[in-house]
Design a protein around this ligand. Sequence first.
Ligand SMILES: [Cu+2]
Length: 219
Amino acid sequence: MPLAGCSGPLSTLDPAGPSAAAIAELWWAMLAGSIALFGLVMTLLLWTFLRANAHPSSPRPKLWLAGGGLVLPALVLTPLLAYGLLTGERLLAHPRAAEVTRIEVEARQWQWNFRYPAAAGGPRMSVNELHLPAGRPVDLHVGSADVIHGFWIPRLGGKIDAIPGHINVIRLSADRPGVYRGVCAEFCGGGHTAMDFRVEAHSDDSYEDRLRELPRDRP
Ligand SMILES: [Cu+2]
């Protein structure tokens, strides 16, 4: 199975949520576009080699230059750009009617602190372990206590920078309950490679139960 290497806990090509699925689709579209373009260029190259002796000088060189240098790239790149921009727009945390769970994320050298302000019975916290409700959108408000880190759960969505003095929001959702993995995606010092975290997506009932087992945090 040639695509077996595409799975695994840190694979963007094994999406487990809508954001990651949109990114994976874009990746496949770009791969298909690049394969088509590569095939076309190689065909033209082969054609010039085969006909080099028959016609030493190319007929209408300006037409070839304009076609290959302007028209062809525009035809391939314009749809890819539009598709990329639309995908980016879909990934933003727009306000919407559905209930969104808020979780606060603080990166620091070298660990991840998670805070659940809306937990029943008061805010809870966890370290290097993120708990999500499966099947529901979650807005992660990501900041940093020291240097710039990168918050990334490859199977659930794209990366977002964790910047000191600034909060970035990323909306993610896990399709079904399960265990995923997150990492720091921005080199942040000696402990960077060990700065990973576990992600647990729970079914609706067990999510609140699991939060109740976590330590309390200040309101
Ligand atoms: Cu880091």
